[in-house]
Design a binder for this molecule. Structure first.
Ligand code: TXA
Ligand code: MG
Length: 321
């Protein structure tokens, strides 16, 4: 299959919506990372997402909506979730009880009773969702277990020939995936730190989300090894070893081949640069014959929590290829 490149103009948006209606997969820009979309009500279309990504079928997908109007047909909204609705559109995903008549493909939810929903803010994502007019299932547009895509080129590098089209909306502004919140006994549970800082959620709701226990597959996608470059990754390093490149944050300890996530230690800038940097560090290590790279400590506050979560999974022993 030839993967078409589409511009985010009326022609490109309509072509993308038409492909989705025809049961094809289309990657599109969101403010977090690029998503690989398909009609969430069409089993065959959703199956194409899993095939293109080589994603395990037990890992459910996020359903993307143009606005909340469509939400009431798909899911129940617990009281605790109501309080978070002002954060939409934006980099937030809510895991909600699925309505029996949702019409969603069971592949989307991997047979769970809940469904993950997101209303993205990016103009390109909103335009294609509006033009399509229905729920779009979309995981990150990268081969399963690998580094997420924050540009059309990243998508092409991983999925060329495996998906129908890419709607190029430029580089992603947030750079890490959405924050995922679930609900247990009407209490918020943080399933994945992401583009909305926990501090923001606490400020808005007056409550601190419970942190989901790691190792427990409550979010089946929270596999330990994920976002993995080919080379080894070592976190919280004070300086690079002889056989390592260096991914800095703030002032660099000494010269080594590498990059800096943010020379002035700005977490927003670092999040935006993260996945592109992981890809480039891979290439730098290979070019210099280095076994891997060390990463400077990143504070666990604000977007730092999501950055450290992704780095931890990038550094984890590779179990799922
Ligand atoms: O920012 C994002 O969230 C991006 C863009 C494209 O929207 N999407 C994304 O999708 O990161 P993906 O598939 O890479 O990650 C979705 C995560 C997975 O960890 C999956 O297990 C979890 O959401 N998830 C989906 N449905 C769930 C459910 N019903 N219960 C618990 N976790 C769920
Ligand atoms: Mg992903």
């Amino acid at each position: 299959m030839q993967t078409k490149m589409l511009e985010p103009d009326i022609k490109g948006i309509n072509a993308a919506a038409e492909l989705l209606r025809g049961g094809e997969t289309v990657a599109f820009a969101t403010e977090t990372v690029y998503g690989l979309g398909a009609d969430a009500r069409n089993d065959a279309a959703v199956a194409k997402i899993f095939k293109a990504k080589d994603r395990p079928a037990f890992n459910p997908l996020i359903v993307h909506l143009a606005d909340f109007d469509m939400l009431k047909d798909l899911a129940e909204i617990p009281d605790a979730a109501e309080k978070l609705l002002p954060l939409w559109p934006g980099p937030l995903t809510l895991v909600l009880p699925k309505k029996p008549a949702s019409g969603l493909s069971d592949l989307v939810t991997a047979g769970l009773e809940t469904v993950a929903i997101r209303v993205p803010a990016h103009a390109t994502a909103r335009a294609v969702l509006q033009a399509f007019g229905g729920p779009v299932a979309a995981p990150s547009a990268n081969p399963s277990g690998k580094v997420s895509a924050t540009s059309a080129d990243h998508v092409l590098a991983g999925l060329q020939g495996k998906i129908a089209a890419i709607l190029d909306g430029g580089p992603c502004g947030v750079g890490v995936e959405s924050t995922i919140i679930g609900f247990e006994n009407n209490q918020m549970v943080l399933l994945r730190p992401g583009g909305v800082a926990i501090e923001t959620i606490t400020q808005l709701t007056g409550q601190v989300p419970v942190i989901a226990k790691t190792g427990q597959i409550t979010a089946p996608g929270q596999l330990q090894s994920h976002y993995a470059p080919d080379v080894a990754v070592r976190m919280n390093a004070s300086e690079p070893r002889a056989n390592e490149a260096w991914l800095g944050f703030g002032a660099n300890p000494r010269q080594a081949p590498g990059l800096n996530l943010s020379a002035n230690a700005n977490l927003t800038e670092a999040a935006m640069a993260l996945f592109d940097s992981l890809r480039k560090m891979d290439a730098i290590c290979k070019r210099n014959g280095l076994a891997g790279f060390a990463v400077a400590p990143v504070p666990d506050t604000g977007l730092g929590l999501a950055i450290n979560d992704r780095l931890q999974r990038a550094a984890a022993p590779r179990v799922n290829g």
